[in-house]
Design a protein around this ligand. Sequence first.
Ligand SMILES: [Zn+2]
Length: 667
Amino acid sequence: MKVAIVFSFLLLPAVVLAQTKPGVDVPAMNKSADPCVDFYQYACGNWVASHPLPSDRARFGRFAELQDRNEKAELDILNAAAAPKAGRSETDRKIGDYYASCMDTAAIDKKGIAPVQAELDRIYAMHDAADVVAEVAALHRQGIGVVFRFGARPDAKDSNRTIAELGQGGLSLPDRDYYLKDDAKAVEIRQRYVAHIKNMFVLAGDTAEAAAAKAQMVLDCETAIAKVSMDRVSMRDPNKSYHPMTRQELEAMAPVFPWEDYFKATGAPAFETLNVSQPDFVKQVMEAIPALGMEVGKAYFAFHVLREAAPRLAGPFEKESFDFWQRYLAGAQEPRPREIRCAGATDSALGDLLGQEYDKTAFGPDAKAQITQLVEGLEKTMGQDIQGLPWMSADTKKAALVKLQAITNNVGYPKKWRDYSAVTVTRDDYFGNTERAGDAMYAHRIGEIGKPTDKSEWSMTTPTVNAFYQPTNNSINFPAGILQPPFFDPKRDMAVNYGAIGVVIGHEMTHGFDDQGRKYDGDGNLRDWWTAQDGAEFEKRVACVADEYSNFSPIDGVKLNGRLTLGENTADNGGMRIAYMALEDALKGKGENIDGFTPEQRLFLGFAQVWCENMAPQEARNRAMTDPHSPGRFRVNGTVQNMPEFQKAFACKASQPMVSTNACRVW
Ligand SMILES: [Zn+2]
């Protein structure tokens, strides 16, 4: 039955292609550009020129356009839910009052620093190691990640079981390199950061002199943490972060910290073993921090409380926080409108309540059925792609197909919605609402330690414009938020749908087989299912991709890190190939021209036009250091220049820039 549906879905587009509405966004294109010289410019040039960065954004593209529409839908739901009237449903009361409390800036301003004063007092009153341990646990329970992280994660080698995990954390700037690099820009960022910390302490009631001294202490403390932190590229290797040990082994490794007291104070259920994802970090940080002394620890904890709370506190805190993090560091000129931020806050606190309402208005069963069929069809195509790989042996192909068939497809929304009955929401206490929602989330997460893994949980809410592969579940997940134009429109030309949502689906499937995903098997366990020779062939092929993207420069003087972005780039290339194969399969050589483009040209345009964007230079610099995704321009050009199919579709010549002399292919 399933096969029959997939079959008909894949055939249908070829028959109806000419009758459906066009899908290429022709006005977005710059037809004066040569697609073989700069395909991104050809596909997106007019969009980029006609959409200057809005003043409240550091980055704006097609994802953000759709996110704006989703946010408007969320706002309609929230405004209706917040309107005081008799007989509101429990859901309306909860999401409506949460949103209303966030909008009530008069009440928020009136409270000033009061919501965090008790916490700051406790921090400044610490006088011995027991106080410090209690405070670390108290902050961790509030989601404030000082010194290290502690939580629940599926055991990477036995993913049906959730275990305790301890790992590196404790920094504020986006990466350890911000503390360690010595170029002029890095030095300037640290100077501005220290000034910002000082401003925060002054707002919290310190004298300028005391605030300046504390600001330097915070930087010293975070620099000490940065020095012992694992780099981002190493963190991508799941084997480097898998170190199960008993509690006794942890104590022997880092004896200075009273772990038993800490674990008790976190409220975690009893456990015998845990994964220490970065043992070197834990060992060294426990030597480095106490050596700095109690005053440094107090300043560091206090700043983390202020930093984390600032967007939820009175106007001056919020403004200072925006001025440093968004304006200076990211390049936005003004905050997003308050109502949008409050819709976002409600989404992150009560996402599944809001998501259920969103799905009722924005995502129906028809869309779910169609996308599910498309996903199943593309999985079949990926199976054909794997079988045809010239570099992989039959044994590894067999294992890869087993993994592919085991992928769980989640479309639209999670199978089970989260329950928020433990969260008390009141209309006049925004900060308290955020704390209570956070407490419930923490209790839920930490309570999972020692239990069978709940593989139905999602890490994104349904109105989110994104998708994800979850390696320990071996699942691909497509929130309703992304299953809309420009990604998907059931009524438009299917070649464009294949290029847009089809590539997204193929991208997520390929994540199961990228440099990270390939290390997990079909059950979501870290296990090597590759022959040694195929593993070496794979590494050779991804090295080509890493070198290719390392040569791209998003702004002058900054290059992408091809190893940091390797998984995403591999997934883009794999996704594009699978979508191409699926389209060819559907067309059976019968495609017609629409808007003067062949189906293959429309496929590539559909792919490229999802990535039209503008970005502030500050944001581009930050992302080059921290974002595993390449900027849109390189996602497009980096992918198409590896494909002879693109060269053929646009009749490019061998010497042109979109025709790589060293085309990379993994999948
Ligand atoms: Zn991805």
